[in-house]
Write a protein that binds this ligand. Structure first.
Ligand code: G3I
Ligand code: 9MR
Length: 548
């Protein structure tokens, strides 16, 4: 049948379906369960879409602007269900944010908040060893620190500063840009009960991780440990059954700069909540300044796993983007001209963000805070972000699939998040330009991860007619509950297929088809906090920005 967004469309959104080239004639949209045609139109020409090595046709049914349940019909193919609703993404945004609660370390999830996925507390992390790589005079090897809370990174049970950095930023940016949507939200997390007098739920959830991050800074010098981890990955067990020793490993330049950027940003976001969290904003600002000082004194310490540590590396030798992001955030937070100089704004490229390349986050914050910049800087930022969005929108316009995922190199480990981060940058541009193609291109990315793709696969657990059932997520696999924990985005197609040798083979090695819904496949079917964050952002942004 036609590949469509299986979760739904907003009434005012662009709406596309993809059909095999063999389909011909017209498409018809009928009310679900009836033969009442409400829209008909011609199929587009057959064109080759390289990422799937397939010829496809498009159906543009954007004119379907009335809320309701429909079927899209084309002669000779099974009908596809289509839902149009004014709140099409409200549940998705909430669930993708609730997924962070489900990945909390150091606390039991009770039935009231977690339902069937309730579980015992794991990884208190109040008694963490200092690894030799992180030893100092004040904190020698083998001594212990306390760094509780935080989110598990992904399907594993370790906590990594670099990946937490982009994740926290993206969630706080979503709140910062669309506060009304998040203030109205009730996530049913433990902190929701005090919602009316305290913080919006999204900020409570993010604080769970920020508190851990603060504990990862060495108060003696401002440097930040790269990760808190086991020496090797745990088996497939529940958190409370994973009892290996925990270590903080190596201070590094990338972790320390990402920390500086996040704390500077969070200090601004939490500033209006001084009454609720006295001193928090100032503490974050100080932590950011101290981290920046350490990074300036240690500008080139890229992280490498020591030989006895085999968990996720998040190693990145290119540090100019981390410097730029931290400088941008510190400049916006403090107004201190030395950060503006360190930023070197005129020479910065705009790029799609990812854990190893945070340049796009600097542009996102600068664009959001243009009013605080000088006139020339404000104009430069608007121009550069807009033209980056124009390039992405042009590639969407030219695509046989109406998708910005056009190049084989887009299909990396975590390709679905790369797609959503393309959408995030398109949305930054749209907020400056109001150019409809940029919004529509972002919508197409969300459609893609929700089923408008050549596998007809929704990549979000618990959402759509064909969601992932076996993500590489230890709790989902070990908890004895048939359904995986809901609201998680699978990493997605990855022709690199770096799974273990004894895993099932993928149905195809073509970029957009290299995916398998199997627990074994961490290279295509793991979940991760930095992948869920842009899902939260993009679903919220489209809900907030799409004209009614
Ligand atoms: O940097 C090279 C680039 O120069 C080269 O052209 C390209 C070609 O494949 O590869 C690039 O390296 C890739 C690297 O990510 C940086 O993007 C590697 O191939 C790729 O294997 C690597 O994947 C990372 C993976 O860990 C393995 O290290 C993912 O981005 C990252 O999201 C993932 O993160 C894991 C954590 O380690 C542990 N926790 C789970 C999490 C999600 O799977
Ligand atoms: O579960 C781990 C996952 O989070 C990582 O992304 C992946 C790649 O680093 O490794 C997974 O752990 C596997 C380990 O690398 C090899 N032994 C089996 C582990 C679980 O399948």
């Amino acid at each position: 049948s036609a590949a469509t967004n299986q979760v739904g469309y907003l009434p005012g959104a662009a709406k596309w379906a993809v059909l095999p080239a063999a389909a011909s004639g017209e498409f018809r949209v009928v009310r679900a369960g009836s033969d009442t045609v409400v829209l008909r139109g011609a199929l587009g020409p057959a064109r080759t879409w390289a990422p799937a090595g397939a010829d496809v046709r498009l159906a543009d049914f954007s004119a379907l602007a009335q809320a309701g349940d429909y079927e899209l019909r084309v002669d000779g193919l099974p009908a596809a269900r289509v839902r149009v609703a004014g709140d099409a993404y409200a549940a998705l945004t909430a669930a993708s944010l609730k997924a962070f609660y489900f990945n909390r370390a150091g606390v039991a999830l009770d039935v009231r908040h977690a339902g069937p996925w309730a579980r015992a507390a794991g990884h208190a992390d109040t008694d963490v060893l200092i690894h030799a790589s992180a030893a100092s005079d004040k904190r020698p090897e083998g001594s212990r620190i306390s760094a509780p809370k935080g989110w598990y990174d992904a399907g594993d049970y370790n906590k990594y500063i670099v990946n937490s950095g982009i994740t926290v930023y993206t969630l706080l940016a979503a709140y910062e840009q669309f506060p009304a949507l998040f203030k109205a939200q009730n996530l049913n997390i433990p902190e929701s009960a005090e919602n009316d007098k305290d913080l919006p739920d999204v900020l409570d959830e993010v604080l769970w991780n920020l508190e851990w991050m603060l504990a990862m800074q060495d108060p003696a010098d401002g440097g930040v440990y790269h990760k808190l981890t086991n020496k090797s990955f745990d088996g497939t067990v529940m958190p409370h059954e994973a009892r290996g020793d925990r270590y903080v490993v190596a201070k590094g330049t990338a972790a320390t700069l990402d920390f500086a950027a996040v704390m500077a940003h969070a200090s601004r976001v939490f500033k209006p909540f001084e009454a609720q969290r006295p001193g928090l904003s100032a503490r974050m600002r100080q932590a950011a300044i101290a981290a920046w000082g350490w990074a300036r004194a240690n500008p080139n310490l890229p992280y490498k796993n020591p030989p006895d540590v085999r968990t996720g590396e998040y190693g990145d030798a290119k540090l100019d983007d981390e410097f730029a992001w931290a400088a941008a955030e510190l400049y916006l937070t403090t107004g201190d001209a030395s950060y503006r100089e360190a930023l070197k704004l005129e020479t910065l490229p705009v790029r799609i963000p990812g854990w190893g390349d945070v340049m796009g986050l600097a542009w996102t914050s600068l664009a959001q805070n243009r009013a605080q910049l000088g006139k020339a800087d404000a104009e430069l930022v608007a121009k550069r972000v807009r033209s980056f969005g124009d390039e992405l929108a042009a590639s969407w316009q030219a695509s046989a699939y109406r998708l910005t995922m056009e190049s084989a190199t887009d299909y990396v480990w975590g390709s679905n998040a790369h797609a959503l981060n393309q959408a995030l940058m398109l949305i930054q541009a749209y907020r400056l330009s109001n150019e409809r193609a940029q919004l529509d291109a972002a919508q197409s990315v969300l459609d893609y991860v929700l089923g408008r793709n050549p596998l007809g696969q929704s990549y979000v657990t618990g959402f759509g007619s064909k969601p992932p059932l076996h993500p590489h997520h230890r709790p989902s696999e070990a908890d004895g509950v048939a359904a995986p924990v809901p609201g998680f985005l699978a990493g997605g197609p990855n022709p690199g297929r770096q799974d273990q040798k004894n895993c099932p083979t993928y149905p195809s090695a073509l970029p957009a088809l290299a995916y398998i819904d199997h627990y074994c496949s961490y290279a295509s079917n793991e979940v991760a906090i930095n992948w869920n964050a842009p899902l939260v952002y993009v679903s919220a942004a489209l809900q907030a920005l799409t004209p009614k």
